[in-house]
Write a new protein. Structure first.
Length: 486
């Protein structure tokens, strides 16, 4: 990520979007407070206590994660994501209780339990010869993941982007717990398709084709698909040493397990004698704790250097060291694809949806956002303006049929939240602050867009009028739904 770009502040984003909705969208809303802090999920996780270990802001979404500690010292995990409008999504992994907690912006709550899951049953396809690209050398190894949904699974969610961020963070929780330094899994994009699918080996075999457009646009290394499926489906399927996984959307912990297979991991040593040539790529069950690949009861990848609350090891040096496996495989996983230069902004949903981010200017200047092509929008900065920029993007549905889709672009400076301008304006704020960009999709702007899912990308760049040549590329990754029944 560029040193010039940082993530937007959550509290400010809530205030801004209340103002934006009233001023630009024709709908009058008052700013909504967050759907809840600790009190919002305290009753669900009780009697566990949440020990927060990480908090970050991505596209204005606050992502928090850490350990759930039970009174008897048993451990689980919790990931909480607060959305732009104050809605909340949480993935609860508590001993004896797992599921997806969702609280809408209006306060409507639902907790969907993951149900009975058997993470030691067969759930993999093995590639005949592992794909091993030239490894990415040096520094932090970032494995980019495209999260895919069906319309049915996306409609079930309060906020698909929040859910995608939460699922990716469950893997990072496991990596941190297991002391895997220098490796991070990152959300590269979100794509929504029309048809739901079974969570089966056949769907796994097709997953890269189903989400090919999103993988190409986002530069994702891996794809993780979440479908509603059926009651008879597995929680998930994955390729060993491959690039794809499929999961049931209601599972809070399947993805962290399945991506472990992508890294080369196997279940428990001794479950399948034919696979032992790949040691030490196994999970571990010490009789009290079962790591992510061997039962998935505890939020750890196997590591023989760590011990659980009973003083028992969480791995075996000869057979179960997934921490080592992750460190060895991450440079290759991170090199499967090349990420777009600059910033990625994810705009995805089945209703009206907004995406935002902010930039830190290298020096005070007159900064705005322009399109790369006049077919999409303005390509030059202007000194001032009111309202929003109208953007046109040609998107494709699942059959490759193209439609022009309209979006709104708006800009503001951090300390002047009421001064909203077209995205290519360079109006300054005397109090200063970061420069923000928001891209909005409104179905009312697209009344004739067919009732299907459309995906694609919009290329923008950041320009500084005061110096004339400073820029930051921006790729807006889009997946939205039309509503016309004609």
């Amino acid at each position: 990520m560029s040193s010039f770009v940082r993530l937007a502040r959550h509290a400010f984003s809530i205030l801004f979007f209340g103002l934006l909705a009233a001023g630009l969208s024709g709908c009058v809303h008052s700013p909504l407070p967050p759907a809840g802090g600790v009190e919002a999920y305290a009753s669900v996780i009780a009697p566990a206590v949440f020990e927060r270990a990480s908090s970050q802001v991505i596209q204005g979404y606050r992502v928090e994660s850490g350990t759930l500690r039970m009174p008897d010292n048993r451990r689980g995990s919790l990931v909480v994501v607060h959305g732009l409008d104050g809605a909340m999504t949480a993935l609860v992994d508590e001993p004896g209780k797992r599921g997806v907690l969702q609280i809408s912006a209006t306060g409507k709550r639902s907790f969907t339990e993951s149900g009975d899951e058997n993470f030691r049953s067969a759930d993999t396809l093995k590639v005949a010869k592992p794909v091993r690209p030239a490894a990415k050398t040096g520094g932090l190894q970032i494995v980019d993941v495209l999260v895919g949904f069906s319309r049915q699974s996306a409609d079930w969610l309060v906020d698909p982007l929040a859910f995608a961020l939460a699922q990716v963070e469950t893997v990072n929780v496991g990596l941190r717990n297991s002391q895997v330094q220098g490796v991070e899994v990152r959300l590269a994009g979100v794509q929504i398709v029309d048809a739901d699918r079974r969570v089966t080996v056949d769907t796994l075999d097709q997953v890269q084709t189903i989400f090919a457009q999103g993988m190409a646009s986002s530069g994702a290394d891996l794809v993780a698909a979440f479908f509603v499926g059926t009651l008879w489906d597995a929680s998930g399927w994955a390729y060993i040493y491959g690039r794809g996984t499929v999961q049931r959307a209601r599972s809070a912990t399947a993805f962290r397990h399945e991506i472990g297979h992508n890294a080369g991991g196997e279940h428990c040593y001794g479950d399948d004698p034919d696979d032992h040539q790949w040691v030490p790529r196994f999970g571990y069950d010490n009789g009290k704790s079962a790591t992510i690949l061997c039962g998935n009861d505890d939020p750890y990848y196997s590591n023989p250097l760590l011990r659980d609350e009973h003083g028992l090891p969480l791995g075996d040096a000869g057979t179960a060291n997934m921490a080592l496996t992750w460190r060895e495989m991450a440079p290759q996983m991170a090199a499967y694809s090349r990420a777009p230069v600059g910033q990625r902004l994810i705009l995805a949903g089945t209703a009206d949806v907004t995406a935002q981010f902010s930039i830190v200017r290298p020096q005070p200047g007159l900064v705005g956002f322009v399109a790369l092509s006049v077919a999409n929008g303005p390509v030059k900065l202007i000194p001032a303006g009111t309202g929003y920029t109208l953007l046109t993007v040609r998107l494709k549905d699942a059959q490759g049929r193209e439609s022009d889709v309209y979006f709104r672009g708006v800009r503001w400076v951090g300390e002047c939240p009421g001064l909203l301008t077209p995205m290519n304006a360079t109006v300054e704020c005397a109090a200063g602050g970061d420069v923000y960009l928001a891209i909005e999709y409104h179905r009312e702007d697209n009344p004739s867009l067919p009732d299907r899912l459309f995906s694609g990308e919009l290329k923008l760049k950041v320009l500084d009028r005061s110096v004339g040549n400073w820029l930051e590329p921006v790729t807006v990754l889009i997946s939205v739904a039309g509503s016309s029944k004609r």
